[in-house]
Design a protein around this ligand. Sequence first.
Ligand code: TZP
Ligand code: MG
Length: 212
Amino acid sequence: MKRIDWKLCLVADVETAAGKYIISSIKEAIEGGVSLVQLRAKKLETHEFFELSLKVRETTKKKNIPLIINDRVDITLSCNADGVHLGQDDLPVSYARKILGKKKLIGVSVNTEKEAEEAEKRGADYLGVGPIYFTQTKKDIKPPLGVEGLREIRKRVRIPILAIGGISVENAREIVEAGADGIAVVSAILATENIIKATRELAQAISQAGND
Ligand code: TZP
Ligand code: MG
């Protein structure tokens, strides 16, 4: 498995970025300091998602930033992304692994300790743990875990944890201090006027974790 810097993941959600050009938003977020990008496009047709994934692959590759594709193992392979992120209703990890092999990353969204243990056991490389807080970005969210819920999951698994859901510059630090390896955000980067500045502030909040 590749060495990944988990600290700040932009979940580049095409719907949230609507009206803005997603590629330029991703470029700005990279300039501001994201260490990882996940491309998420729930409503695009397959060919549109595929074409966009090629452009995002090119953009991220130039800057040496790993790219994860949300939901779609086929698009992960076709654009040669670094990995895929799967939800509880997507293809099971063990089957995704058969298709992708050991070199691609597989992340799994979890909301309970049981789901976390199960995903690790089945071979996930990292977990998306959330939602930590309430968020408007995803409509069908599970119950928010809070920092306590995150701490409990941290105790049960060894693989990296990316915390997600309602994370902002105000609460990023406490999340990393609760044991997350990094944070994954949509609106705290994409729904801001100045993406570079917002990203820098998030990166700074994370780097302050544990330093008092
Ligand atoms: N999965 C759990 S919460 C969420 C996803 C994709 C949305 C996170 O969006 P935001 O804007 O960072 O709260
Ligand atoms: Mg999914």
